[in-house]
Design a binder for this molecule. Sequence first.
Ligand code: F6R
Length: 360
Amino acid sequence: QKGGYKHFMLKEIFEQPRVIHDCLLGRVDHATNEVSLPELDAMPVPKRLHIVACGTSFHAGLWGKQLIESWAKVPVNVEIASEFRYRQPILEPEDMVLAISQSGETIDTLAGLRLAKEQGVKVVGLCNVVGSTIARESNYVVYTQAGPEISVASTKAMCSQLTLLTLLALYWSRRKGLMADDERKKAMRGLLGLPEVLEASLPAMRDKARFLARTYSEAKSFFYLGRGLCYPLALEGALKLKEISYIHAEGYASGEMKHGPIALVDPKFPTFALALNDALYPKVKSNLIEVQARGGKIIALTHPGLDLSVDHPWLLPEVWGPLNAFLALPALQLFAYEVADYLGKDVDQPRNLAKSVTVE
Ligand code: F6R
């Protein structure tokens, strides 16, 4: 069942190239570089979008917001479902709620969906499990087609959510006639090429993760830092580490460090940084120099050719723009996996957690 892998989590991390491939099947036209999401053709492009989700799915939503706003110019509010459901969110008739849930059974996300529907707002479900409650109760459903996810820690589901959110941003931008042709082409080519790049990179990524896990396994706390599109990934990296290795980890937008958290940094409090080749790289770099000035050790996901000087640079192959997330994500997952496995934790069944959270 585990296909020769020691744990389901590892198997599911390695399935991600296929997951991206399957998500794209039938949804991209290679000849025209157009995205089709026929599930949503009957629905107008929303005036405002409210993304409601929990945990890893919430992090996917935070990432997707940036693409939807920049490509489709739809304002997006992303909210943790357990907060959204208990306040009085302002929902207008032309707004839409996007409920993101791998299991389709998360009770808070379901409650958010029901609240939106009661107020006459349409809901799109972005679900993995076919026929799940959220999928059934949504007005429109887009399936992530990632296949069953057994490991409690969600990995390939997030990869599929990021793929679909990219497609959704492209799809709405096409419907609004917004995105320039060459930009769209780059995005499409990049997406179509991702499975191959990822497949080729995963074995070396695992070796690097294993080495770093042994080097850092005695840490009691970790910061995960990123900015822009890497900020949600920092949150996700920290969540993965804490839930399966039980090491305290906090994800922060690196620009926030000097507003308090940097007080924690010392030689025993390492930082896992995302310093990819994007417009915010110089800012991230200067934030990391501040961490180093306090004696903090740094692992940094980065790209060849950047002038970053840290204890452990972790070079990733560079792809087009926002799609670099698809390579950073498995690196974060593999690091958490290798730390947890090295520490002898029950990787697939971490303590105190359930795969689908059907009670409050
Ligand atoms: C983390 C994890 C959880 C889920 C969250 C939402 O690895 O698995 O944080 O992401 O419970 O679950 P779904 O997506 O099923 O609604």
